[in-house]
Design a protein around this ligand. Structure first.
Ligand code: NAD
Ligand code: ZN
Length: 391
């Protein structure tokens, strides 16, 4: 707890219903905007609102609307090259983590001196070249709060995080209207991703008083709101709280760090292209149960912050209540709990263990040491659905 920590947050964060109107005044200070988004966001009709405000401001705008989900570093470089040629001085990112990560990466990579390949080797080479306004449409990765950008590196069969404080957003808008009609499978998996960020940060070796404040509040908001926000299109208060929770969980990442759930999930995204939220949701309970004895005190603290107090309950019981609540959420939201739907062969486990053990940046945050044998047992546990025996 006494370890020095650093918290670096976006310059201005506007949140709540109607916050989107701020877009107009924010972009007015710039010459040309590049709007980053993807076809799913466009099809959902989500560009309409922010574009109307941008039009009102009179700013010239170029739209990059073909961003891929969970891009490789080569796809990321293509996006950056298009952005570089646009001459825009502000990036407006409207989307889930994939779009926001590309907005942030482009803001530091639009240079003649280095590209994404060089940033993968030395992330701190990057210097901010354009300001960013990030508007998340999932709740979510918390990418709008972090200085991280994740790209897939196919030859390593991994997803790799580029971390550089220069990527911290200048402006963030959290407005529930952007997630009003988010389809249940995306709302659920991205919401569980936020829950994983918060519980991993709270139980991380890097946890500190500042990150715990954000991670604890995120968990409270998620436990109270996730089911309603995901399943009821009219639950605007719950949706706004989930956007805030995802942002808080992202803020916790900037000061603490995720652990073995995210470390072991990277090969599932890198090799099998399983969406980030789903792979984390599948791994969350097996890893947290593996970690439980080393994190009992922290899980009990989460109980004290999130559950109505019951006198005389032991630390072990408090920790169990928190684990059961997370399991219940995963069950209610009907997220896959194993790799069965993705047809991962048991013989592939060796490769998964090898790739997962390379994610030392996050494994070193895990309170309990994860050996290759532990990683193997965890992958083995998720390969088939133990509840049904499906493989
Ligand atoms: N930088 C960070 O700190 C950080 C943290 C966690 C995850 N990530 C990265 O974020 C990416 C995943 O982001 P994600 O989980 O938000 O998903 P995503 O951005 O990949 O989006 C998934 C799909 O959902 C659609 N979608 C998004 N919002 C929608 C809406 N409101 N209505 C309808 N459709 C919508 C998109 O069009 C897309 O097809 C991964 O690459 C992951 O590695 C980054
Ligand atoms: Zn995540």
């Amino acid at each position: 707890m006494a370890t020095p920590s650093c918290l670096r947050l976006p310059g201005n964060v506007y949140c709540g219903e109607g916050a989107l109107a701020r877009t107009e005044t924010i972009v007015r200070g710039y010459k040309k905007a590049a709007l980053f988004t993807d076809k799913g966001i466009e099809r959902a009709g989500l560009l309409e609102y922010p574009l109307a405000y941008m039009k009102k401001s009179g700013i010239e705008t170029i739209i990059l609307d073909e961003l891929p989900s969970e891009p490789t570093f080569i796809q990321a470089q293509q996006i950056i090259d298009t952005f570089k040629a646009s001459g825009a001085d502000v990036i407006v990112g409207i989307g889930g983590g994939s779009v926001l990560d590309m907005a942030k990466l482009s803001s530091i990579a639009a240079s003649e001196d280095y590209g994404v390949k060089e940033l993968l080797e030395n992330p701190l080479l990057g210097r901010k070249k354009a300001d960013t306004l990030l508007i998340p449409t999932t709740a979510g990765t918390g990418s709008e709060a972090t200085p991280n950008s994740i790209v897939a590196v196919p030859e390593k069969e991994l997803k790799v995080g580029i971390v550089n404080p220069e990527m911290t957003a200048d402006y963030v808008i959290l407005d529930g209207i952007m997630i009003k009609n988010l389809p249940l499978p995306i709302a659920a998996s991205t919401g569980i991703d936020a829950m994983a960020h918060a519980v991993e940060c709270y139980t991380s070796n890097k946890a500190n008083l500042v990150s715990n404040l954000f991670a604890g509040e995120a968990l409270k908001l998620i436990f109270d709101n996730i089911e309603e926000a995901c399943t009821n299109p009219d639950a605007m208060a719950a949706k706004n709280r989930m956007l805030l929770a995802a942002f808080y969980a992202g803020a916790a990442i900037t000061s603490s760090g995720t652990t073995a759930v995210h470390a072991l999930s990277y090969p599932l995204g890198g090799k099998y292209h399983i969406a980030h939220g789903i792979s984390n949701a599948i791994l969350l309970m097996p890893v947290m149960r593996f970690n439980a004895d080393a994190c009992q005190e922290e899980l009990a603290q989460i109980y004290d912050m999130t559950a109505p107090g019951v006198a005389g309950i032991s630390t072990a019981d408090k920790a169990n209540v928190v684990l059961r609540r997370m399991e219940e959420i995963i069950h209610h939201l009907k997220i896959p709990v194993s790799l069965a739907p993705f047809h991962v062969d048991e013989r592939e486990i060796d490769g998964l263990v090898k790739a997962g053990m390379q994610v030392t940046r996050l494994l070193s945050n895990n309170k309990k040491t994860v050996t290759p044998e532990d990683a193997r047992r965890i992958y083995q546990e998720i390969i088939v659905d133990r509840r049904t025996g499906n493989d």
